[in-house]
Every structure is written in C-alpha cells, then in structure tokens.
Design a protein around this ligand. Structure first.
Ligand code: KG4
Ligand code: ZN
Length: 324
C-alpha cells in the first residue's frame, strides 16, 4: 500500500492505494471552502492552520494500514508554500517512523493521473488542465515525458470564475456559483471580447475578460448578474476552444482529456464533443469527485512512480510553490 497526502491549497486529503491492483482502498478529503468563503479567496495562513488540524485527524483513520505501507507520497509542488509544507512535514515524519521511502509528487501531474484512478494509463494524451492556479495544454507521452505547450499569460480559467464571483459578492470558490447562476442567464447578452483573438499567441489570457466583466458589473445591477455570468462563462470557454482549435491544426489530438478543478464545469464538458468531432479523438474525463484537489490522484501517480523506484531522498524533498 501507498499512503498519499495532498495539501497544496485548501483541501486536506489522504488516500491509500494498493500497489499491485492500483485500487483506491481509502480516500478522505476535508475541504476548507466554507472557512475561506467569507474572505472571497484562500487565505494562506488560515489554510495552513486548518491543514495542521485536519491532516492528523484523517491520518488517525489510516492507522490500521501503517504495517502494510511500502511508501508515503506527498504533493510537494506547485501550490501555496505554507500549505504544502504541512503535507510534506507529515510525510517526512511518517517516512522516518515507518522506515519507508518518500515519493514527492508534482500536483499538476497528479491532476493528469486523476483520469486513471483504478485503471491503466492511456498515452499519448493531449491534456487541457484548468484549475485555480493553472491553465495549460500538456502533451503527455509517458509518466516521465510531459511537455507544457501552452499556458496562461495571466489569470487562470478557474481563477477568473473566482474573481467574477468575488466581484458579485458571491464568495469562494466561484466556479460552482457562477456555473449555477449562468444557467438562468442569456449567454449572448454581453458580447465580451474574446481574449487574444486577433493576436497569434499560442497562449491563454483572462485578465482582459475579467476587466470587461468588472465594467458590466459596475454598470449593471444584481438583476443582470445571471446574464453577465452566462456571457462570461461562454466567452471564457470560447477562448479555450478557439486556441485549442488553432493548436489542433498543427497537432491533431489522438486522445484528449480535460483535468483540474474547473474541468467539473458542465458548460465546458457539454461542448467538448463538438470540439473533438473533426478529429475523431477519444475523450477522457475524470470522475467529478476527482476533478478538484484530492489525494487519490496523488496516490495513483505514486503507484507508477513506485514501480519506477522514483523515490525522493528526505533531504531533497522541498515544498516548492512554483514548478514548470
Ligand atoms: O484543481 P483545483 O481544485 O485547485 C487547484 O489546483 O487550483 O481547482 C480549483 C478551481 C477554482 O478556481 C474553482 O473555482 C474552479 O476550480 N472550479 C470551477 C468549477 N468547479 C471548480 N470553475 C468553473 N466551473 C466549475 N464548475
Ligand atoms: Zn489542483
């Protein structure tokens, strides 16, 4: 068995995965969304303190498996430095007391493996990662060969939902609230400019759209919010798809996946078939419960890293807020 820990942002999560079968034996997540909602975003110091309370509580439930653990895996980058360190410190203590190796896991690669929980990997794969911290297109050849081919120049897709919700006074996280509000709105009413439309950059950008939405909010009233939310969600998605279509012209996808917290968005999910139709590409999506941050995906990639004996010496396991 491998015990895995995730604490890169506002979810405290621990999982236990069976190495031989890749089965998820145990998974628990304590989300801090409610605690951060009043502030309209994640407060790092508060998040760190809440992890310090939640992680040991979850770990206590795993004591029965301690004798069977062959390794301990932990997200060590990227994320908030003061929250990553909570998981990393716990993992180091477990590694020392149980005398088992450590496996440091990149959080973004973990999101990619959310697709393969309890199943075999399928590569090559073109991945769109849309989370609170990142918007990237990644070409995945194998566990060790992943290349980021497009990224955002400023805000991420998920972050733009968080910021729009904050401007409307709707709390945090913004994705689910904006998605719900948009269902009642008219997607055509606000023709916000599609980011980077006339520019050739193979990149994403959400700061301009966010500012256009800000103006609409300032000029309108709360009765306009459903239409603003719907128009925003439409343009945010349209931007992703236009850039992807352009990218696919040079590299048509064989197999395509969307991962990350914002991949739970139903409007986005509902339009993927249309995007992929010209290429006949297979589509992979993670189960909804594994789209947002969780330790099950960290455990799944750790099983493959264990197979390669990719262990991280304790002195070399650092929590790194940024990674490529
Ligand atoms: O992957 P994740 O749990 O954390 C990071 O690694 O960042 O993603 C969280 C992000 C937040 O920005 C949240 O608002 C967004 O995912 N999100 C959504 C939806 N559900 C979560 N964005 C759009 N629509 C959703 N339904
Ligand atoms: Zn994440």
């Amino acid at each position: 068995m491998i015990l895995s820990i995730e604490s890169s942002c506002d979810d405290s999560s621990i999982a236990i995965s069976e190495i031989a079968t890749k089965k998820l034996v145990y998974h628990k997540k304590i989300s801090q969304e409610l605690e951060h909602a009043v502030y309209g975003g994640v407060v790092p110091e508060l998040a760190s303190r809440l992890h310090a309370e939640a992680l040991p509580k979850i770990l206590e439930e795993c004591k029965g498996w301690f004798g069977q653990l062959k390794a301990v895996a932990v997200t060590n980058a990227p994320g908030l430095s003061v929250t990553l360190v909570e998981g990393v410190t716990m993992a180091k203590a477990l590694s020392l007391t149980l005398d088992i190796p450590l496996i440091g896991v990149n959080h973004l690669k973990g999101h990619i493996y959310s697709l393969f929980i309890e199943q075999e990997t399928q590569f090559p794969l073109t991945v769109l990662l849309v989370s609170g911290g990142h918007t990237q297109v990644i070409e995945v050849e194998s566990l060790d060969r992943m290349e980021t081919v497009m990224r955002t120049m400023d805000d991420s897709f998920g972050e733009s939902f968080d910021k729009v919700a904050k401007m409307m006074g709707l709390g945090y996280p913004g994705g689910p609230v904006i998605e719900k509000l948009a269902l009642e709105g008219d997607r055509e009413r606000y023709p916000f400019p599609i980011p980077l439309q006339k520019r050739g950059e193979m990149a994403f950008s959400y700061s301009g759209l966010k500012n256009a939405v800000r103006l609409a909010i300032e000029e309108g009233s709360s009765e306009d919010y459903p239409d603003i939310a719907a128009s925003f969600e439409h343009i945010a998605t349209e931007h992703l798809f236009r850039k992807l279509r352009k990218y696919f012209k040079t590299r048509p996808p064989e197999r395509f996946a969307i991962v990350g917290g914002a991949s739970a968005n139903r409007y986005l999910r509902g339009r993927i078939e249309e995007l992929l139709a010209p290429y006949g590409a297979d589509l992979l999506l993670a189960q909804l419960q594994f789209c947002s941050d969780n330790a099950a995906m960290i455990g799944r990639i750790a099983v493959d890293l264990y197979g390669e004996k990719s262990f991280t010496p304790i002195g070399e396991l650092h929590s790194a807020p940024k990674s490529d």
